[in-house]
Design a protein around this ligand. Structure first.
Ligand code: MD3
Ligand code: FE
Length: 219
């Protein structure tokens, strides 16, 4: 075959629905769409046992994003700091089981992005309303930075900010839509990131809400 006629695409041909964000982070556009209904049913089951709540940061601010968790470990914040816990501080009970569809999607998504063998033990579920935002931060509370983080976006779109390794580094703006899955790992694992204040663009399934599920190896 000649060098200029490549009807079938080589390794340099971007796959449909796959956008590289960094050397080891990728957006899989619409990857979760076939599982969206099952994922939302899972969120409802989790939230029935461990309700969404607005936690307080160590700096004394109440988060505009409400959260809950499932799986062996759950992320929490209070005046004492950020940490992973076995139990929900509201009820004292263990966090709800991780729905199988969460675990399955995370393993497949991670493998798809070049991280085979990912086994999440923590799942943070964030709920956004119009105006909710997440200021620029690093995810540093997990024991093992060697594992990737898999994130699933559902409901209203958001503008995700993806920065560098210093807070002051330039950020790229990445729109995230219902059904998008993003996998972050390796050299990109500790990059600063955040979410701009959510606009009110009601979604057919979720109305004026956005749900983000992150699956992690925290322990
Ligand atoms: C990039 N959540 O919960 S998920 C978080 O949409 C968080 O709710 C956002 O940041 C949300 O901590 C974004 C995407 C995400 C998660 C972890 C990352 C991006 C990341 C770790 C390193 C770099
Ligand atoms: Fe984060």
């Amino acid at each position: 075959m000649g060098p200029t006629l490549d009807l079938f695409g080589g390794d340099d041909t971007p796959q449909a629905g796959r956008e590289s964000l960094g050397a080891q982070s990728v957006v899989l556009r619409g990857y979760a769409l076939p599982d969206a209904a099952a994922l939302l049913a899972g969120v409802q089951i989790v939230a029935a046992q461990a309700p969404f709540r607005n936690m307080v940061t160590p700096g004394g601010y109440t988060m505009s994003v409400a959260l809950t968790n499932c799986g062996r470990l759950g992320w929490t914040t209070d005046a004492q700091g950020y940490r992973y816990n076995r139990n929900d501080p509201l009820s004292g009970l263990p966090w709800p089981d991780m729905p199988a569809v969460f675990d399955d999607l995370a393993r497949r998504g991670a493998a798809e992005a070049g991280f085979p063998g990912f086994a999440p033990d923590a799942c943070l579920v964030n709920r956004y309303e119009p105006g909710s935002r997440l200021s620029l931060h690093q995810d540093k509370d997990e024991r093992d930075y060697g594992s990737p983080i898999v994130s699933v976006s559902l409901g209203m779109p958001a503008v995700f900010l993806f920065g560098g390794h210093e807070r002051a580094d330039k950020t790229q703006r990445v729109p995230l839509f219902h059904g998008d899955v993003v996998v972050w790992g390796g050299v990109d694992r500790l990059r600063f990131h955040g979410v701009l204040p959510l606009k009110d663009r009601p979604h057919p399934l979720l109305g004026s809400r956005r749900i983000n599920i992150t699956l992690r190896r925290a322990g």
